[in-house]
Design a protein. Sequence first.
Length: 250
Amino acid sequence: MTNIVTVITAVHGPSAPFLADAYKSLLEQALPEGWAWQWVIQEDGETDDVAPHVPADSRVSFGQGRHGRAGVARTLALSRAEGEFVKVLDADDMLTPGTLARDLAALQHAGVCWTTSRVLDLLPDGSMVGFDQDPPEGPIERGAVLDHWSTHNFRAQVHPATLFVRRDVLLALGGWMALPASEDTGLLMALDAVSRGWFTAETGLLYRKWPGQSTSQAAHTDKGEWAARMAVVEARARALAKLPGWRIDV
């Protein structure tokens, strides 16, 4: 029997041409014996713009749905997820070689439900820039990410775009938050509130910076909306942390 890692990608028309690079990064993954990946691509919308860029590969599943932003697309994609574990891969990003194997290894540590890894920003000129506040490699105790995030102007020390998580825990938390942005941060904070994580110091993701990405748009930094997003993300995480019986140990 083959064990599956489900890689979930939300995509819309402008980011669809980058799927080729994401696919190439998946082909470069070497998984342990008995493991394989499944790529679930979900279009945020129902257009003719994405399908031509979806690889013809039996391991790839493509779906469409009403426009609702990335969190809705990813959550809909969960309906086709077959794996015990789910890996996030944005359409315009790329995994580094060995990422999935390292993620799987990290999940073997006692009590760990999710993993993240170091990220390098891939700039339009091809140069790469790292983050100067990465934590040390190893376990992330429950509540540590939320505490750092809430005391550092809502900037986490680990990146939600690198998330690798147990599918049952992801489903129990309802998938991604119903927000126009920061839905992945909301999920990360919820996971941190109820379970232990892991940080891998080796770079696991190339995070593409380009003018068309959603985080580059003016609406993403609108002060009113940003404050509302941060408030509800924090409130949800703190509520989960207080609920009796919501601590997850595996």
